[in-house]
Design a protein. Structure first.
Lengths: 185, 185
DNA sequence: CAATTTCTAGAACGACTGTTCCATGAAGTC
DNA sequence: GACTTCATGGAACAGTCGTTCTAGAAATTG
């Protein structure tokens, strides 16, 4: 009955390599052929593993989101408060090794704003992931409305600072502002 | 000697229409043909007026940046302080009529992060425009470092809130957070 | 061994891309 | 009128795109 078994590990390895490639390329210019060339396989192989290009991009974004959440989640301790969680998130983001990933994140985010149907899941989930973490960091005793307002504000501020940092590269000015903000929490 | 004079007004009208079209489309998918069809002209006409596609996109972004700056500049009074200027900027941005333009702004911004050479001017200027306005709103007596830090922080926060608003559409939550922030200034 | 399924590659297809060429009409000066 | 420059459109170019087809190698079961 059964023939050659499906190699899920290989697909996962290809996907990881594809995400790495995506962080170094312009997202809008990703194509079957460019990814295939970077991974050393044929376009047919990618089609076989991922189906359509749209499905492959969705898989890449899912994997990207996993990286973003897993990376920042591990840094915040179990019972950290709002200020500690916010600082951990900023420290993680400001590391230059995260920049390619974060640049890809903002590129996709911006594109999703103009075509929400295409990357609807990405847009929706990434928005709530960090906010939920910061809301939880305030403990269960805080008024829900206040907690939500605070979380929204902290995420917005840190994201805006991150955008500034990535765009300008002016580490001194942005880190100065970030430090002043984090200290005020 | 001289033949038919160059019609600069017509070029400007075409450019304005092209920007309008760009706000309603996905930026990365703009093409000679799509713009030409939307404007009711041939691609040859566009080529004649703008040269290459890259040059046309640069012209569109220049015009877009003019709109963004002119629109928000007029709202802030002559001698407004930091809090007033920040509130004026937020009120202008949160208006749903600005959303298509702002979505295009963030889409280009995200793309420029990944290919800084392509839209270098856009990335550099837009970053400093609003920050400079908010730095000036603090008056000449404030310590320059403090003024720069404050301006960076306000721009980051409002931009982050705006990104949240455009992505989630959750006006109640974001406006609530924005109001709390603006009141604290 | 045969049978079956996965995996991979190469070639090709139609659609779309930016750009160029050619031809024609429009608006000026002489 | 002739002449020159700008304006416009249609056709065609080579290149890239996502996708499909065909075919063979690899890995499993019986």
């Amino acid at each position: 009955m059964a023939g050659r078994p499906i190699d899920h590990e290989h697909r996962a390895a290809l996907l990881d390599a594809a995400v790495d490639h995506a962080t170094e390329q312009v997202f809008a210019e990703l194509s079957w052929r460019s990814v295939a060339a970077a991974l050393g396989v044929s376009t047919t192989t990618l089609v076989h593993h991922f189906g359509t290009k749209e499905q492959m991009l969705a898989a890449i974004l899912d994997r990207l989101r996993e990286r973003l959440i897993a990376g920042s989640r591990d840094l915040a301790g179990e019972h950290a408060d709002l200020a500690t969680t916010a600082r951990a998130f900023w420290t993680w983001s400001a590391d230059e090794r995260r920049w390619p990933t974060l640049r890809l994140f903002f590129a996709v985010y911006g594109q999703a704003l103009q075509s929400p149907d295409a990357h609807a899941g990405f847009l929706g989930q990434v928005g709530s992931d960090w906010t939920a973490a910061l809301r939880a960091a305030q403990g269960p005793d805080v008024d829900p409305d206040l907690a939500s307002r605070r979380a929204t504000l902290v995420v917005a501020t840190l994201r805006g600072l991150l955008l500034d940092l990535l765009a300008s590269g002016d580490r001194a000015r942005v880190e100065d502002a970030a430090e002043a903000y984090l200290a005020s929490l």
